[in-house]
Design a protein around this ligand. Structure first.
Ligand code: FES
Length: 349
């Protein structure tokens, strides 16, 4: 452990962690735009600067380590002035459509401009303008709103291990794009949407959630039904209908990661072809029945087979679309209640 002074208070933290991590551990808020604890340190936005006694320059707290005996100020006059200047520069080169931007209400840049009182960009001049890339079915890309924090680039290469996008050009013309600057599509990207989660602004948008304001949805945490991994996410529910999915960083299995199925395929929930009631075949035709009637029939049929031919005349096949808990209970039922080890699973797990 090391001890140092932060905003006049003594703090004790593990040796080797950054000043930013030390601040967060001690309930001190330092703003960031390019930092993500799951990604490598980038040090690009400089919003996280702090003043360290004895250091001539302000220090990027996301990449500077906390040291024994140091004296740090996270919100000094000098720090606040630099943060305001950075935000002013970013906002001066940003579309002024916050009223109608899809990200409004959950935009990192908007939140920080609000916190530091940046109402309009004071740096006049050319503003970057790029055509919106919306040719694919799931994602909209507006590079005019990109602040070059590089989170999308790092999540794509470090978490998704795809490297579908990277920085190109220099200075004012810098932007994030695909190889040969092609539109994002299944040729050059897996469409996993990890970059959408990482993006702090409206540069990358989940098209499914377009037109839905973040405060209109109720978030309901659930387990993904697409495989047995057990990822959690939040169903976004508006007017009693699931309209999309957003990751929940508190998910123990997957954190903020989601695959393409988990993130986008909610359409089956409201599909009119979906079977929502049990069907029993009567005279060669499937007829809708109540759950009571269906379960009684299953119990009776299984009992009859077991009595006449023994448990091993029965086999059970379970599904990766059930939770691990459902699958556990199913194999228990087969082994204990029906007395057979004839139990398998569509994914052989
Ligand atoms: Fe530290 Fe961006 S958060 S430089």
């Amino acid at each position: 452990m090391i001890t140092f002074i932060m905003n006049g208070k003594e703090v004790k933290v593990k040796e080797g962690i950054s000043i930013l991590e030390a601040a967060r551990e001690n309930g001190v808020d330092i703003p960031t735009l390019c930092y993500d604890k799951e990604l490598s340190s980038f040090g690009g936005c400089r919003l996280c600067v702090v003043e360290v006694e004895g250091s001539k320059n302000l220090v990027a707290s996301c990449s500077a380590k906390a040291r024994e005996g140091m004296v740090v100020y996270t919100e000094s006059e000098r720090v606040v002035k630099v943060r305001r200047d950075i935000l002013d520069l970013l906002y001066s080169n940003h579309p002024k459509d916050c009223l109608t931007c899809e990200k409004s209400g959950e935009c990192g840049l908007q939140d920080l401009c609000y916190k530091y009182g940046i109402k309009e960009g004071s740096f006049k001049g050319e503003v970057k303008q790029y055509a919106i890339d919306s040719l694919n079915p799931v994602m909209e890309r507006d590079q005019s709103k990109c602040i070059l924090c590089g989170k999308c680039v790092r999540v794509c290469s470090e978490i998704q291990v795809t490297s579908a996008i990277d920085f190109t050009n220099r200075g004012f013309n810098s932007k994030v794009t695909t190889g040969f600057d092609e539109p994002i599509n299944y040729k050059n990207c897996r469409m996993c949407g990890q970059c959408i989660t990482a993006c702090p602004t409206g540069a990358l948008i989940n098209k499914q959630l377009k037109g839905i304001r973040p405060w209109e949805v109720k978030k309901v945490r659930t387990t993904c039904p697409f495989c047995g991994t057990g990822c959690n996410f939040d169903l976004n529910v508006k007017d009693g209908k699931v309209v999309g999915v957003t990751p929940n960083p508190d998910s123990p299995v997957n954190g903020k990661s989601l695959c393409v199925k988990g993130r986008y395929h909610t359409d089956f929930i409201n599909n009119p072809d979906r079977i929502t009631k049990p069907l029993i075949k009567k005279d060669g035709e499937f007829v809708e029945s109540s759950w009571d009637e269906a379960i009684k029939l299953v119990v009776k049929s299984l009992k009859d087979v077991k009595e006449q031919h023994g448990g091993d005349a029965i086999a059970g096949l379970s599904s990766a679309r059930c939770t691990n808990e459902d699958n556990f209970v199913f194999q228990k039922m087969m082994r204990v209640a029906l007395g057979t080890n004839n139990v398998d699973h569509c994914a052989r797990t």
